[in-house]
Ligand binder design. Structure first.
Ligand SMILES: Cc1cc2nc3c(=O)[nH]c(=O)nc-3n(C[C@H](O)[C@H](O)[C@H](O)COP(=O)(O)OP(=O)(O)OC[C@H]3O[C@@H](n4cnc5c(N)ncnc54)[C@H](O)[C@@H]3O)c2cc1C
Length: 499
C-alpha cells in the first residue's frame, strides 16, 4: 500500500512550497493537483513579488512578511525573479497624507524607499503619466509563478516526492474519526487510486473549504475574484503601483514580453467557471491608463481571473481582509493553510511544515531560505533579450521558446495538454497568445510519438476553447483583426471546423 508521512492537496505555490520544504527535511510526501501546477490563483495572479509597500499602511503583518520573503526569494530564485524594481506613483488628487503614512510605514518595516521627482520617475519609466506629482521607488519585483512551482517540485522529486498532476482528490478516507488517506481520480482515464498518509495538508486555495468538508471539518472562507488584462507588449520595465490605499486596477507588472494590469475584487460563491466581464476590463484599463496613458489605446490581448481565498470575516470586504495567512489544525489529521500571498509562499510552507513536524513529533529544521531553488541551471534568465542566442529552431517567437525546450518537456512528462508545455516553457504566453505556435508544438508532440493525431486534435480543441474564453472580453480593433487571422489559420488552413 502507498503510505506517506504527508499528503499535500493542491499544486499552487503553497502546495509546491510545502513539497520542497518537506523534501529538504527528509519527510516522505506526495502532492496531488487536479490540473497542472499553478492552475489556481497562483497562475492567475499578477506575478508581483511584493516589497510590502502595498500593505505598509493598513496591513503591516503582511507587509513585514512580504519584504522578508522578497529578499529571500531574490536570493534563492534568481531565474524566476526579475529585479525590475517598482514605483508607487502619486497622481494629482491622490492624498499627501496617505503618502506620508506610506513612507512612515515603509521606514518602520525596513522597506527601502526613494522619493523621486516627476522628471526622474519619467527617466526611469518614460510611459508614465507626465502629470504625476512624485513617485516612490521600492524593491518590488516580477516573479514567474509557473517557474516557481516547477522549481519547488524539482527538489521534491529529487528526494522521492511523488507528484500526481491531473489527479483530483475526490474523497478523504477516515477511520475512527481521523483522516488517514485520500481517494484520487486520474482525470483522463477516470481511474481511482488510494494513498494513505499520517497527515493530510489542505493547500487547495479557494477550493480548501470543499476539501475540509470531505474531511468532515469546516473552514469558513471569503472568496474574492480578481480580473487582469494582458497587453501586447511591455509598457514599463518596472512594476507600477498607485500611491493610494489598495483599490481596483492599481498595479501594472512587466511579465517577460508583456505587461499584466489589474485587478478587481468581486465577491464570488465559487472558484469555478470564472468570467471576466467587460465592465472589469474597462475598470482595469481605465485605472491603468491614469498611471500609464498608453493603456488608453494599447492592444489588450487577453484577460484572466483568479480567486483569492481569504480568512473569513463577515464585517470586512475582500480588500480589507489581511493578506497574512492562517494554519488550521482540524485535530483529525488534516491541516489547512489559507490566505497569504504568492510572495510569502515559502514562509507559509515553513510554518505549515513546522506545525506538521510538531504533530509527527519530529525535529528537523527548515532549510528552504538558505538553499537556492534547484533546477535553475537549466533555465535561461532575464532579460528576455539575452535569450536571443539564435533564431534557429524557435517555435514561439514571442517568448523565444526553442524546439529543444519543447522536446525536453515532452520527453520528461509526456504532456496531454498544451498547458503542460506552456507552463514549463512559456510557449504561447506572449503577444500572440499561442495563436502561431501551438500547432507547431503539437506537431513536435506528434513527431515524438507521444500523442496520436486524434489526441492532438482533442488537445487543440481544448486549447482553442480555453484561449477564446480569455480573449473574448478584449475583442475589438486591432486585436479583433488579429483574431480573425488566427481564426482563419485554425478553421481554414487547419480545417478545425470539421472536428
Ligand atoms: C487576481 C489575483 C492577483 C494576485 N496577485 C498577486 C501578486 O501579484 N503577488 C502575490 O504575491 N500574490 C498575488 N495574489 C495572491 C496569490 O496568487 C495567492 O495567494 C497564491 O497564489 C495562492 O496559492 P495557493 O497555492 O494557496 O492556491 P492556488 O494557487 O489556488 O492552488 C490551489 C490548487 O489546489 C488545486 N485543487 C483544488 N481542489 C483540488 C482537489 N480536489 N484535488 C487536487 N487539487 C485540487 C487547484 O487546482 C489549485 O491548483 C493574487 C491573487 C489573485 C486572485
Amino acid at each position: 500500500m502507498n503510505v506517506k508521512d504527508v499528503i499535500i492537496i493542491g499544486g499552487g505555490s503553497t502546495g509546491c512550497g510545502i513539497a520542497r520544504d518537506l523534501a529538504l527535511r527528509g519527510i516522505s510526501h506526495c502532492l496531488i493537483e487536479k490540473n497542472d501546477f499553478a492552475a489556481g490563483a497562483t497562475g492567475a495572479c499578477h506575478g508581483l513579488l511584493h516589497s510590502g509597500g502595498r500593505y505598509a499602511v493598513a496591513d503591516t503583518d503582511a507587509a513585514a512578511e512580504c519584504i522578508a520573503e522578497n529578499r529571500i526569494l531574490s536570493r534563492i530564485g534568481r531565474k524566476c525573479v526579475e529585479q525590475t524594481g517598482g514605483l508607487f506613483v502619486r497622481l494629482p488628487g491622490d492624498s499627501k497624507k496617505y503618502r506620508d503614512a506610506f513612507l512612515k510605514g515603509c521606514e518602520r518595516l525596513g522597506i527601502e524607499t526613494e522619493v523621486l521627482s516627476p522628471t526622474r520617475a519619467l527617466e526611469l519609466v518614460p510611459s508614465l503619466n507626465p502629470a504625476l506629482e512624485e513617485a516612490v521607488r521600492v524593491p518590488d519585483c516580477s516573479i514567474d509563478p509557473f517557474r516557481l512551482c516547477m522549481l519547488n517540485i524539482v527538489s521534491s522529486k529529487a528526494r522521492g516526492g511523488e507528484i500526481f498532476t491531473h489527479h483530483e482528490v475526490i474523497n478523504i478516507i477516515k477511520e475512527r474519526g481521523r483522516c488517514v488517506g485520500v481517494k484520487l481520480k486520474e482525470k483522463l482515464s477516470s481511474s481511482i487510486k488510494e494513498i494513505r498518509g499520517k497527515v493530510i495538508v489542505n493547500a487547495a486555495g479557494a477550493w480548501a473549504q470543499r476539501i475540509a468538508i470531505l474531511a468532515g471539518s469546516s473552514l469558513p472562507m471569503t472568496l474574492s475574484k480578481g480580473s487582469l488584462v494582458v497587453t501586447n507588449h511591455r509598457l514599463s520595465n518596472m512594476v507600477i503601483n498607485r500611491l493610494r490605499p489598495p483599490s481596483d486596477g492599481d498595479i501594472i507588472v512587466p511579465n517577460e514580453a508583456v505587461c499584466l494590469a489589474g485587478t478587481t475584487s468581486v465577491a464570488v460563491d465559487s472558484p469555478d467557471n470564472l468570467e471576466v466581464t467587460s465592465g472589469e476590463v474597462e475598470t482595469v484599463a481605465w485605472e491603468a491608463a491614469s498611471m500609464v496613458p498608453e493603456f488608453e489605446d494599447v492592444r489588450l490581448i487577453r484577460t484572466y481571473a483568479g480567486v483569492r481565498a481569504l480568512l473569513n470575516s463577515e464585517s470586512l470586504d475582500g480588500r480589507q481582509i489581511s493578506r497574512s495567512f492562517q494554519i488550521i489544525d482540524h485535530k483529525n489529521g488534516l491541516f489547512s493553510i489559507i490566505g497569504g500571498k504568492l510572495s510569502t509562499y515559502r514562509l507559509m510552507a515553513e510554518k505549515l511544515c513546522d506545525a506538521v513536524m510538531r504533530h509527527l513529533d519530529l525535529k528537523r529544521a527548515c532549510l528552504t531560505a538558505e538553499k537556492p531553488l534547484e533546477g535553475q541551471e537549466e533555465l535561461r534568465g532575464y532579460p528576455l533579450s539575452d535569450r536571443l542566442e539564435s533564431l534557429k529552431d524557435i517555435i514561439c517567437e514571442c517568448e523565444l521558446v526553442r524546439r529543444s525546450d519543447v522536446e525536453r518537456v515532452i520527453q520528461r512528462i509526456s504532456p496531454k495538454h498544451i498547458g503542460d508545455i506552456q507552463h514549463r516553457t512559456r510557449l504561447g504566453m506572449g503577444p500572440c497568445q499561442g495563436g502561431f505556435c501551438t500547432y507547431r508544438a503539437l506537431g513536435v508532440m506528434q513527431e515524438t510519438g507521444k500523442v496520436s493525431p486524434e489526441e492532438s486534435i482533442e488537445i487543440l480543441k481544448e486549447f482553442l476553447q480555453r484561449r477564446f474564453k480569455g480573449i473574448r472580453p478584449v475583442l475589438w480593433g486591432d486585436q479583433l483583426r488579429e483574431e480573425q487571422l488566427i481564426e482563419y489559420i485554425y478553421l481554414g488552413i487547419l480545417s478545425m471546423e470539421s472536428y
